[in-house]
Design a protein around this ligand. Structure first.
Ligand code: FEO
Length: 171
C-alpha cells in the first residue's frame, strides 16, 4: 500500500495527465476546424498518448493496493489564436508537467518510497523527450513567422511526424 502523501500526489498527477489529454484534444479539434489537418492528427495522437500516461499511473496506484481516482477534468479552451500560440501553450504546459513530475519524485524520496521513484523514472525520461519535441516544433514555427505557404508545408510535416516513432523529434 502506498503512503498517503504519495497516493495523493500520484492522484494529482493522474488529474494533470488527464487534463493534458483533454487540452490536446481541444487543440486538435481547433486545428482540424481551421484546416490544419496534419497538426490536428498529430495532436489527436498526442492526446491519446497523454491518456496512456494517465492510465499507466492509474494502474500503478491500484497495483500498489491504493486507490486511483477518476479525475474531474477542467474544460480546456476551444478557441486558439494561431498554430504558433497552440504550440507555445503546449511547450509551457509540458515544462509545468516536468516540474510536477520532479516534485512528485521529491515527495517519494521524502517518504522513502524508492519503488515509486523507480516507476517514475519513465516519466522523467518522457518529459525530456516531450520538451525536446515541442521545443523543436516551436523553433520551427518561430522561423516560419506565420507565412501562409510555409505554414501549409509545416502542416504536411506534422502529418509525417504523426506516424513517426515517438522519439523522433526531427522535422
Ligand atoms: Fe504526459 Fe506530455 O506529458
Amino acid at each position: 500500500m502506498l503512503k498517503e502523501k504519495v497516493e495523493k500526489a500520484l492522484n494529482e498527477q493522474i488529474e494533470l495527465e488527464q487534463f493534458s489529454s483533454q487540452l490536446y484534444l481541444a487543440m486538435a479539434s481547433w486545428a482540424e476546424k481551421n484546416g490544419y489537418n496534419g497538426t490536428a492528427n498529430f495532436l489527436y495522437e498526442h492526446s491519446d498518448e497523454e491518456r496512456e500516461h494517465m492510465l499507466k499511473l492509474f494502474h500503478y496506484v491500484n497495483d500498489r493496493g491504493s486507490h486511483a481516482i477518476v479525475p474531474q477534468s477542467e474544460k480546456p479552451e476551444s478557441e486558439y489564436k494561431s498554430v504558433q500560440k497552440v504550440f507555445e501553450e503546449i511547450y509551457e504546459h509540458e515544462k509545468m508537467i516536468s516540474e510536477k513530475i520532479n516534485q512528485l519524485v521529491g515527495i517519494c524520496y521524502e517518504e522513502k518510497d524508492f519503488t515509486t521513484v523507480n516507476f517514475l523514472q519513465w516519466y522523467v525520461a518522457e518529459q525530456i523527450e516531450e520538451e525536446n519535441l515541442f521545443g523543436t516544433i516551436l523553433d520551427k514555427l518561430n522561423l516560419l513567422g506565420g507565412d501562409k505557404a510555409k505554414m501549409y508545408m509545416f502542416d504536411n510535416e506534422m502529418e509525417k511526424l504523426t506516424t513517426a516513432p515517438p522519439s523522433d523529434t526531427s522535422l
